[in-house]
Ligand binder design. Structure first.
Ligand code: NI
Ligand code: MN
Length: 224
């Protein structure tokens, strides 16, 4: 299973022969200048919530690739008004796709789209592919994470670690405990001043907690 990191909370996972892109925000990310958004292929685009740092490149990538855009009803409707043809609206619940089953689960955050349109409720995803995994989206630590093992024994989790707008490393370590997962890929850090982290300090915290932390380089593809 291939995981490619595009910076901030944007990444792609290849599972069951399908490419799933999450929260496309690349061309406005100063740290991701090396990524050409026109080179990104996708069969599906999953959107956790409506903030600009998660949807900025959704429309151009969605239109070019024809990928199926999946997210909250309000976000999908907003995308369709901007010319996205292939889309699947959800609310918290589960549905089956070509890559496998998908659980759209709550997150504690907000979700206004860049033009001020309400984006419904923010969420995260449990993706059942070759290996089930959880992407929390932007959220603080929350008790609902204790329900994740009900959906799947996840192999890895992509969790924000930058603090301020989301969980920081300490809360992400507690989240990993709630999720019952020993492998975390960190996201939502370093992009802006508010969320810059000390990599060595964060790695040491995870190591002390006995949880593997992966901080992939932007543009890097890793095998999971
Ligand atoms: Ni956000
Ligand atoms: Mn964000």
């Amino acid at each position: 299973m291939k995981f490619t990191y595009y910076g901030h909370s944007c990444f792609a996972v290849e599972t069951a022969g399908k490419k799933i892109l999450f929260d496309p925000f690349i061309s406005y990310n100063e740290l991701a200048k090396s990524i050409d958004i026109n080179s990104i292929e996708a069969d599906f685009i999953l959107v956790s919530h409506g903030h600009g740092d998660h949807v900025a490149d959704l429309i151009p990538i969605g239109k070019r690739t024809g990928a199926k855009v999946i997210g909250a009803y309000e976000i999908v409707e907003w995308a369709q008004k901007q010319g996205i043809k292939n889309a699947h609206p959800m609310n918290f619940g589960s549905a089956n796709f070509d890559f496998g089953r998908l659980n759209f689960v709550p997150a504690w955050h907000s979700s206004t789209l860049p033009d001020g349109t309400p984006g419904g409720n923010p969420g995260g995803f449990v993706v059942h592919g070759e290996k089930p995994f959880y992407y929390s989206g932007d959220t603080c630590l929350m008790m609902d994470m204790k329900l994740i093992p009900h959906y799947a024994k996840v192999d890895f989790a992509i969790l924000p670690i930058g603090g301020n707008f989301t969980m920081d490393a300490d809360d992400a370590i507690k989240a990993a405990e709630f999720i019952q997962c020993k492998k975390v890929i960190g996201c939502h850090f370093d992009t802006f001043g508010y969320i810059k982290i000390d990599h060595d300090a964060v790695k040491a915290k995870f190591a002390a907690a006995g949880i593997e932390l992966i901080l992939p380089e932007i543009g890097a593809t890793i095998e999971l």
